[in-house]
Design a protein around this ligand. Structure first.
Ligand code: MGD
Ligand code: MGD
Ligand code: SF4
Ligand code: MO
Length: 746
């Protein structure tokens, strides 16, 4: 099967890397427990437990567990799934190793040392919850609800996030999935088509796939990869714009080796060429778009030659791509991207992608952008209350306007951090971190440390001891996704053109929680009671919450279990443009707010002499930092070699496998080193590394101090002017070998 082929290829690549590490690295140094990478296997006698939903990443593939004597032996894809099916990725498989990781948090802990340099004391749940309740309540009593800031991420953080936002009433919430990930994409599409695009591209049935920086294959979400591979097998052409020869670039028909930060110029030139040469979809533009005149006027300066110069690519290739798109339109999949917080000019690039889809008429058609028709389930959570908007940091209260008018839900991270650190316009004195690792996720680690230092109280809820948990006063152990109930996962079959079906599932535990770990509903409810909100609690247990949500579609946990964890029902044809649909090629509101009404190229800072731009991205067998201590995944990819262009390497005397450190243009040095990967597959003006490495918390016995932490070198922050999301790729580095700093030649 195509996906397995792809996966085999990754594992092969990964095992080449793994071959270079000594076996001692996969045996825990301090636990005495054997951590052989080969020890867990299922057998035919194992009991199959249904209803698992993966959370090794956020795609939430549907699972079953092979359980022997109450112990999870193996994880598999749920054969009933019409989403991931029986396929799961390397990380999904390795969930067993998270579940039984000896370093996992087991009991509530109190920091009796310093923040950042903790000494942990085991305490009872009652003591821990009493302390959380009283500290958080006294912050609210003294400073107001806005005295609390929250850094949540992932399914387990949704319930507490809603509690702090809706009941306690703080705006100061920064979700990693928005402000450091896809928020800018969602808001740019909302500003164009009034909808968040997710990754709703019908890749399986397309004629051309167009990726701007997406590198599917290293970025892995199983059903998405299935669509992608199906599209390629059906003969779709693949265009990949990426400064690096990524896994997708390697499969592409056209690889656009674009200069980082210039993608909007590239897209404007493609659109201008299509408009000037009457190669756009006139009927669609007439019927479903608004502002075509202003739009075409605004982009008309973008000749192929001008963009070629700006983007450092051949003009002929821009034309070739534009013609390929036009001749296959409307059945073309312009991928909206996912991690799009790049350079701080990202709203414009995302607007350009949404407009390009529009002028090609590629909305709601086979092989284009098509939202599947999913079942409607009502999630039960905290009820929304009205809160005081006077304390919304994203408001210019004198002007009565948003500072970032197209900000995703929550408050831009930088506004929260500046407020917390300076105490202006008001004090923020408590911080709740739940399922996020802001030390690794948010650029400028010093600012993050300054925020934690400024707090009266820091609560972290996690499953592992990570770099952020070292900054907690109270550290609470949550049960993992394999041990608890959780939110509904719903959708349709991954191939949109097939027999239309919908599914509804909910996370159900594959095994019972061990030690004293508790789920999010228990922890949050107990804190809520202590903050005086007992009567606002909607569900007493997580099971009740899931059951009530399922009741909205006449299901229950019991029924779902009887249906092997997944309820399947007839679906609907997703194709066909809805009457009310409109693409705003020119957005008047944006213009009223003082932002460009048509997509506009905003240049990014240029690389200073002697430096290379630092690029980063997904490692195929890791999820960010969270999987670093996973013995199987660590075994597969123990560190993150830095990609250096072969000609550059030859000039500065670097060879494959050399050990190097980094210094960035602001003088910050990496605290660890990594090896060099010399390759023709990266531009001369950049280096690239996989994100998530370089953990410093010594309580992790495997993934610690392995590879280099990209975030530690991302000290210069760009903030996208429309959305307030972070840009993280405007940082420049030199390499250090044997103590000598090497200048990168021009
Ligand atoms: N430099 C740099 N920064 C980035 C990125 C990058 O590529 N480079 N990528 C960005 C993107 S796209 C994203 S989405 C974010 C991701 O940002 P994060 O979500 O912060 O990343 P993770 O490493 O997954 O860290 C999540 C934390 O949740 C914990 N955790 C795991 N499972 C559970 C659970 O069941 N319950 C609880 N309570 N905690 C749990 C993990 O141990 C970890 O501490 O990072 C963004 N930031
Ligand atoms: N294995 C694995 N898969 C994952 C995850 C994971 O942690 N591990 N995380 C999931 C999540 S939450 C997300 S958001 C997605 C993220 O996945 P993607 O959205 O694909 O994002 P990145 O991994 O950050 O993408 C990095 C790519 O962008 C290229 N690039 C860098 N700068 C530029 C530029 O200026 N222009 C262009 N055109 N390209 C550029 C890089 O060379 C690299 O190939 O992955 C998801 N899938
Ligand atoms: S893509 Fe992999 S890690 Fe993510 S949910 Fe699916 S199996 Fe789990
Ligand atoms: Mo993300």
């Amino acid at each position: 099967m195509a996906f397995n082929l792809t996966r085999r290829k990754f594992l092969k690549t990964a095992s080449l890397v793994a071959a270079t590490i000594p076996l001692s690295k996969v045996v825990s140094a301090n636990s005495g427990v054997s951590r052989s990478a080969l020890d867990a296997k299922g057998t035919a006698d194992d009991k199959t437990v249904v209803g698992g939903i993966c959370e090794m990443c956020f795609w939430r593939c549907q699972l079953v567990g092979k359980v022997r004597d109450g112990r999870l032996m193996k994880i598999e894809g749920n054969p009933k799934s019409i989403d991931n099916g029986t396929s799961i990725c390397a990380r999904g498989n390795a969930g067993v190793k998270l579940l039984y990781d000896v370093d996992r948090l087991k009991y509530p802990l109190k920091n009796v040392g310093k923040r950042g340099a903790p000494r942990w004391k085991r305490i009872s749940w009652k003591e821990a919850l009493d302390e959380c309740g009283s500290k958080l309540k006294s912050t609210v009593d003294e400073y107001g609800a806005h005295g609390i800031c929250v850094f949540p991420h992932g399914a387990s953080a949704k319930y507490p996030m809603h509690y702090f936002e809706r009941v306690v009433g703080t705006h100061n919430v920064s979700e990693a999935s928005f402000f450091q990930c896809r928020g800018v994409r969602d808001t740019a599409y909302v500003a164009t088509i009034s909808k968040s695009p997710d990754e709703k591209v019908d890749m399986a049935n397309t004629r051309v796939l167009f990726f701007i920086g997406d590198h599917l294959g290293e970025n892995i979400h199983v059903s998405h990869i299935k669509q992608y591979i199906q599209g390629l097998q059906n003969g779709a052409k693949l265009i990949v714009a990426d400064p690096r020869y990524s896994a997708s670039a390697a499969k592409s028909d056209i690889w656009v080796q674009i200069k980082p930060g210039t993608d909007t110029a590239y897209l404007l030139a493609i659109m201008n060429y299509l408009v000037q040469n009457n190669k756009y979809n006139k009927e669609f533009v007439e019927e479903y778009t608004d502002g075509f005149e202003e739009f075409s006027e605004a982009i008309k300066g973008w000749s192929l030659e001008k963009a070629a110069k700006e983007c450092d690519i051949p003009a002929e290739q821009i034309k070739e791509v534009a013609d390929l798109l036009a001749s296959n339109a409307p059945n073309v999949a312009i991928h909206p991207g996912r991690h799009v917080s790049w350079h701080g000019n990202d709203f414009q690039r995302e607007r350009a992608l949404a407009c390009l889809t529009g002028i090609l008429g590629a909305y709601y058609v086979k092989g284009g952008w098509v939202p599947p028709k999913s079942p409607k389930v009502t999630s039960v959570t905290w009820l929304k209350e009205d809160h005081d908007h006077e304390f919304d940091l994203n408001m210019d209260h004198e002007e009565d306007e948003k500072l970032y008018p197209y900000s995703p839900p929550g408050t831009p991270t930088e506004l929260i951090r500046d407020c917390a650190i300076t105490g202006k316009p008001y004090p923020i004195k408590s911080c709740v971190v739940w399922g996020q690792n802001p030390m690794k996720t948010i650029p400028n680690q010093q600012k993050m440390k300054d925020l934690f230092t400024a707090m009266d109280f820091v609560l972290c809820v996690d499953v592992m001891p990570t770099d952020v948990t070292a900054w907690a006063d109270i550290l609470l152990p949550e049960s993992s996704y394999l041990e608890r109930y959780g939110y509904i996962k719903k959708g349709t079959q991954w191939d949109l053109s097939k027999q239309h079906q919908q599914y509804i599932s909910a996370r159900m535990p594959l095994v019972a929680p061990m030690f004293e770990r508790k789920d999010q509903v228990y922890i949050c409810n107990e804190i809520a009671k202590r903050m005086g909100h007992a009567e606002k609690i909607q569900s007493k247990t997580i099971e009740e919450m899931v059951d009530k949500s399922l009741a909205s579609v006449n299901l229950s946990i019991e029924k779902l279990r009887a249906e092997d964890g997944i309820h399947i029902q007839p679906g609907m044809d997703p194709y066909g443009v809805p009457d009310e649909f409109e693409v705003l090629l020119f957005n008047e509101d944006l213009a009223d707010f003082g932002h460009p009404g048509a997509p506009t190229y905003i240049p990014v800072p240029q690389t200073p002499d002697g430096f290379a731009r630092l690029l980063y991205g997904r490692a195929p067998v890791h999820t960010f930092n969270r999987s670093q201590n996973n013995v199987w995944l660590n075994n597969a990819m123990p560190d993150n070699p830095v990609w250096v262009n072969d000609e550059v390497a030859a000039k500065i005397g670097l060879v494959d496998g050399d050990t190097v450190g980094f210094i960035n243009s602001e003088g910050v040095k990496s605290t660890t080193t990594t090896t060099v990967k010399v390759t023709a597959g990266i531009r001369k003006d950049c280096v690239y590394m996989y994100h998530g490495y370089g953990t410093v918390n010594p309580l992790m016995s495997i993934g610690v101090n392995a590879g280099v932490d990209d975030t530690s070198l991302i000290t210069k922050i760009a903030v996208d002017p429309e959305s307030g999301c972070h840009g993280m790729r405007n940082n420049f580095v030199k390499l250090i070998k044997n103590g000598k700093v090497l200048d990168i030649p021009a």
